[in-house]
Design a protein around this ligand. Structure first.
Ligand code: DGL
Length: 281
């Protein structure tokens, strides 16, 4: 019997579900495996080596489940691990497998969201420090003014399901104010962390009029459609039975509860223990 081939979607935790939701809406026929490394999230403050090692382990796990194509639905992993995986690991160990990130597709279209030519980029410390967005956006739009702001408290709030509570307001306002103090011209803010769309309702309370928020889900989904059209050799390998499976290194019941916001009634996840010890935090 031919084994099933799924599209793998990876994030450090829940954030990638904001991207997976858009992908599943646009491309409902494929089979998908979502893998959240919740036990080791957040990734944002870890060293390059740690983020690379964690990401590679998760990608290899998805390959082993029969995913010839993996999307890093995580900006931090895309900034810190994608290039090394694509250039050093795949050609040697996994020829024929593909790993895609979220930064380039976002940078390619971000210029169309601003009229003032000033974009705010909010992300984890790892993403901001990597300067990946500065480099990629300036490559596409040299004239754009890009102002970055790291938001280290946002992912922990979301991973702990505290983002809907009052305590979150302090940190939501603080990072928005910090960003907007750096430039009065910003008219669009890119949520350069796949967790952040969960904070949009609160963010709207603190944004001045005329400043819009850009989430990545639909951008990444559109770029996946384009990728599959351009790569029939990968597209043709994929099973089209519309199945979704969910895995986490964390507590699967907590995962099911939190993930059901995106896929009501459809999430029954399984817990994965990775070799290097998924209990490390
Ligand atoms: N969703 C991840 C991102 O897009 C969060 C990273 C983290 O775990 O800190 O960067």
């Amino acid at each position: 019997m031919m084994s099933k081939k799924s599209i793998g979607i990876f994030d450090s935790g829940y954030g990638g579900l904001t991207v997976f939701e858009s992908i599943a809406k646009l491309l409902p026929d494929y089979n998908y495996i979502y893998f959240g490394d919740n036990a080791r999230a957040p990734y944002g403050d870890h060293s390059f080596e740690t983020i690379y090692q964690y990401t590679l382990e998760c990608v290899e796990w998805l390959f082993a489940q029969g995913c010839p194509l993996v999307i890093l639905a995580c900006n931090t992993a895309s900034a810190k691990a994608l290039r090394t995986i694509q250039q050093k690991v795949l050609p040697v160990k996994y020829p024929g497998y593909r790993v895609l990130g979220v930064i380039r597709p976002t940078a390619e279209v971000i210029g169309s969201y601003t009229k003032t030519n000033s974009i705010g980029v909010m992300g984890t410390r790892g993403t901001v420090k990597s300067e990946s967005y500065l480099i990629e956006i300036h490559h596409q739009y040299p004239e754009l003014n890009v102002i970055q702001q790291s938001c280290p408290m946002w992912v922990p709030l979301i991973e702990n399901n505290e983002h809907v509570n009052e305590g979150a307001d302090y940190f939501v306002k603080k990072y928005i104010d910090n960003l907007l103090e750096k430039s009065g011209d910003i008219d669009a803010i890119l949520l350069a962390c796949t967790h952040y769309p969960l904070l949009v309702p609160k963010m709207k309370d603190y944004l001045p009029e005329g400043v819009s928020l850009v989430s990545q889900g639909d951008i990444v989904a559109d770029s996946l459609v384009d990728y599959l059209n351009r790569h029939p050799e990968i597209e043709g390998e994929l099973t089209k039975e519309g199945e979704m499976s969910f895995y986490t290194t964390g507590d699967n019941l907590v995962f099911d509860h939190n993930a059901s916001i995106f896929f009501p009634g459809e999430v029954v996840s399984s817990q994965v223990r990775l070799n290097c010890g998924s209990s490390k935090k």
